[in-house]
Write a protein that binds this ligand. Structure first.
Ligand code: DQA
Length: 143
């Protein structure tokens, strides 16, 4: 089973970006964590990051066309991109929205995600472990 792990803007800077909020794990470490978890679970993990909204929309369309599951950290787009939400609504397989930080414990503008209402579930505040847990959930669901 193929799972797309898609990451929005600024997540490529993990490790040096506000480590007190997002931790010290680098984006390269996150890629390795997801790929290792995928190998353990027998999943084909395709992990990508972009700072360009149209690119994320294209990847979501690809996942929708293939009927693939998605783990998505929409980053700042979570809070205002109706285009990202609409692309998520096209998905036919489960979508797990992940945030490294607890968005509800932060600034008010981060409390609402426009994506959450079309996600199967949401994990936030557990750091990179949220990605691992999301992959475990999707693998268990598929059995
Ligand atoms: C984030 C939270 C968002 O508010 C923020 O814009 C991000 C990362 C998280 O993973 O905690 O870029 O999605």
């Amino acid at each position: 089973m193929r799972v797309y792990v898609l990451n929005g803007p600024n997540l490529g800077r993990l490790g040096t970006r506000q480590p007190e909020v997002y931790g010290t794990t680098t984006y390269a470490d996150l890629v390795e964590l997801c790929q290792q978890t995928g190998r353990e679970l027998g999943l084909e993990v395709v992990i990508r990051q972009t700072d360009a909204e149209h690119e994320l929309l294209g990847w979501l369309h690809e996942a929708a066309d293939l009927g693939a599951c998605v783990v998505l950290n929409p980053a700042a787009w979570s809070h205002y991109s109706i285009a990202v939400r609409d692309a998520c609504a096209l998905l036919r397989a489960p979508l797990v929205e992940v945030h490294l930080s607890n968005i509800h414990a932060r600034e008010a503008f981060r409390h609402h995600s426009v994506v959450s209402a079309v996600a199967t579930g949401v994990i936030c505040g557990l750091g990179v472990d949220g990605y691992r847990l999301a992959l475990h959930h999707l693998a268990a669901r598929a059995r």
